[in-house]
Design a protein around this ligand. Sequence first.
Ligand SMILES: [Zn+2]
Length: 398
Amino acid sequence: VSAPIFTADELAQVKAYVNPLYARLACNIAFDFLLSFLLLRFGVRPLYALCERAAGRISAGSGRVRRVPVVRVVLRALERLWGGEGWGAALLFALLVYALVEVINLPITYYFGFVHEHRFGLSNQTAWAFWRDTLKAFVMVATALGLLAFGLFGLVRRTRKWWWLLGIAASAAMLVSSALDPYRSRLYYDQTPLAEGALRGRLTALLDRAHVEFRDIVVEKTSQDSNRVQAYFAGQGPTRTIVLNDALLRAMSDDEVVAVVAHEAGHVQEPRWPNRLASVAALFGFLFVIDRLFRRGAERRWFGVSSPADIRLLPLVSFTFFVLRLALMPASSALSRERERAADRYAIALTQDRATFARMLTKAAHIDRMDPDPPRWVVLLASSHPPIAERIAAAEAK
Ligand SMILES: [Zn+2]
């Protein structure tokens, strides 16, 4: 029998950290249902009326700006893309609903994203940096959502085959976006190439043995915000970047960093097509359901709409997405745990060093305050990784 991962005191600390997170998971699900229900039942009509009035007022009050040639061209293009009037109110509605939900959730976001992380020594972020990143994420998501709502409803207004067209476009975008991954993380953190030296040499040799093509090994400077250790591969083939955070390099020995990268190399070996096909199937399934809901909504005049292409049906899209994602979560997290087990086995086979792999996991468990035995429902519902105690035991088992 090997030594326990934590002493009794350490374990009490870990439990004090994770138990509120479990409570949050359960409450979040219940709260999201309630919020969606209230929004659909009582919010859609008055919020849309508000947006229509605001759009009318903005349009009336901006006569001079609208005559500026560049603005005129952009406005005309938007109107043509949308296929008529009313895009302003639609866009405002999409943004307002998103902003409202975010603001209602803000106290919880702040508590768990900042207060709780600080209390347990996991975050080094200043309050200013926290709010800056929160705002940055909000602006990015709001922009993406605005474009998506505009594109989605603009397309529904035009053709009954919208969901086929959108499914094909979104599937293509999914494939391209994973190649663009390396550029996304740089929006938040500085990355610099890992210095030439023994570690870089060993990692290059390891990746070579694993037949993993890559562009560079970089160090991501996250320690000003967080003490968590992290490594991931971003991108694919020629764009693949091996990303190690500075906290990892500080906390782990070279042997342990090699073990971490060996695990990530294990993920590269996964067959990618079953995953992609499952994502594409889920996407088409989702769009099909949305199409049926839109038509039924128009027939029955839900929220006062008379056409399937009415933006007032947007909150129904979010709600459907939420329900389907929740329904698929146990299966997708089970598949993820299976992939993590396989990556652990692969890493141990590649490095031939069980002891270092187990030590690396133990260190990570301490730094990131991982629960060695989370409640069964948490694992089954939402855990992307097997419990850390299980992974360590598997690494140590001959
Ligand atoms: Zn993994």
